[in-house]
Design a protein around this ligand. Structure first.
Ligand SMILES: Cc1cc2nc3c(=O)[nH]c(=O)nc-3n(C[C@H](O)[C@H](O)[C@H](O)COP(=O)(O)OP(=O)(O)OC[C@H]3O[C@@H](n4cnc5c(N)ncnc54)[C@H](O)[C@@H]3O)c2cc1C
Length: 326
């Protein structure tokens, strides 16, 4: 039967395909509703939809995003199937506008799969950002000791879980000492407007690296569903910057904007002290310099060679369920 729904060939190509993330996780785009045209359709409500050129759709989508007219993008929805360590899931759930249905460890047995960071990602605590890691990997011997300790804890935790289940203790109790590294999974549905918000925060370099890995794949999927919106999001939000009044004043001290254009003020320059002189704090001054540094516009293109069938992950999860209790 032919569908009357709007479908996008690029999204159809990956629909139901599973992309590995971290050591045991995945993201799959399970379903979507709408695309860039649905945003245009909603924005125009009743005008000549179907007769527009792509360039006109692009112009409108970009105008809407630039001017934060966001409700039309709520007309597009994406539904993902994701598996991630519980500490990553805990960051996902802060995004309250998503609908979630999680694997029930009260009802079902937990696959005993635990996240083990690779050595390259085993960095030391950042001195400047208390929430993050920094620079090179920690010494190799610390990593090896950490792996040994993780394995000890996980083995004890897995044994206890298996034993409790075997003794017919309720699964909701058997699970209580599984570590935060244990993989959980869920269906996660969100509209495009809120997905942008999620991705702006979680694909950003300030987010924990592990959730960035998920966000990057999801951004690649979103790019296939609504490519013009994706482009506008990159330009105006993700790869753009917001400026405070103070920051703009500092820039205005360097650049003169007139009716006919903008020009650099002769010989004008502001070092950190100079920026402070315009009213910015030292931290704001350093952040402004950071914002103005040249950066590459990222691209979240999916690597299709990594796409796998659901069965690959299903059997891996199944094999990690303890014993033969079903
Ligand atoms: C780098 C980073 C570090 C973080 N560190 C911490 C931390 O240390 N501790 C911690 O607890 N959290 C932390 N968070 C989580 C953060 O504070 C937010 O809870 C999370 O990013 C979700 O953002 P949100 O509320 O905007 O998103 P959503 O919940 O998806 O909400 C989207 C938008 O809807 C609106 N909205 C939703 N609910 C309400 C409401 N009840 N009232 C008013 N408006 C609402 C808001 O405009 C909001 O921006 C961190 C997040 C990041 C990205």
């Amino acid at each position: 039967m032919e569908t009357k729904r709007t479908v996008v060939p690029a999204a159809e190509e990956i629909l139901g395909g599973y992309f590995p993330v971290l050591d045991h996780g995945f993201v799959s785009l399970i379903d979507y509703m709408g695309t860039d045209e649905s945003i245009e359709q909603a924005a125009r409500v009743s005008y000549g939809f179907g007769t527009r050129k792509t360039s006109q759709t692009r112009g409108l989508v970009r105008y809407l995003r630039r001017h934060r007219h966001t409700t039309p993008s709520e007309m597009v929805e994406l539904k993902f199937h994701c598996a991630m360590p519980m500490f990553v899931a805990r960051q996902f759930v802060r995004h309250r506008t998503a609908n979630i249905n999680e694997y029930s460890a009260r009802y079902s047995l937990m696959p005993l799969l635990f996240y083990k960071p690779d050595y390259e990602d085993f960095a030391i605590q950042s001195a400047s950002n208390r929430q993050g890691r920094e620079g090179d990997s920690a010494p190799r011997e610390i990593y090896e000791d950490a792996v040994r300790r993780w394995e000890e804890v996980r083995s004890l935790s897995s044994d206890t879980y298996g034993w409790l289940v075997e003794e017919d203790v309720a699964r909701e109790l058997a699970r209580i000492d599984l570590p935060l590294s244990t993989y959980t999974q869920w269906y996660w549905k969100i509209d495009l407007h809120n997905l942008f918000h999620f991705l702006s925060l979680r694909a950003d370099s300030h987010a924990q690296w592990e959730i960035q890995e998920f966000a990057r794949v999801m951004a690649g999927m979103m790019k296939r569903v609504a490519p013009l919106s994706y482009e506008a999001w990159l330009d105006y939000e993700f790869a753009g910057e917001h400026m405070s009044h103070g920051e703009l004043e500092a820039l205005r001290a360097l650049i003169d904007a007139g009716d006919d254009g903008v020009r650099a003020r002769d010989g004008a320059s502001l070092d950190v002290e100079g920026l402070k002189g315009t009213g910015l704090s030292k931290r704001e001054a350093l952040e402004l310099i950071e914002k103005l540094r040249p950066t590459e516009r990222p691209d979240f293109e999916l690597d299709l060679s990594r796409m796998q069938s659901p069965e690959v992950f299903q059997s891996r999860m199944q094999a990690a369920v303890p014993g033969d209790f079903e």
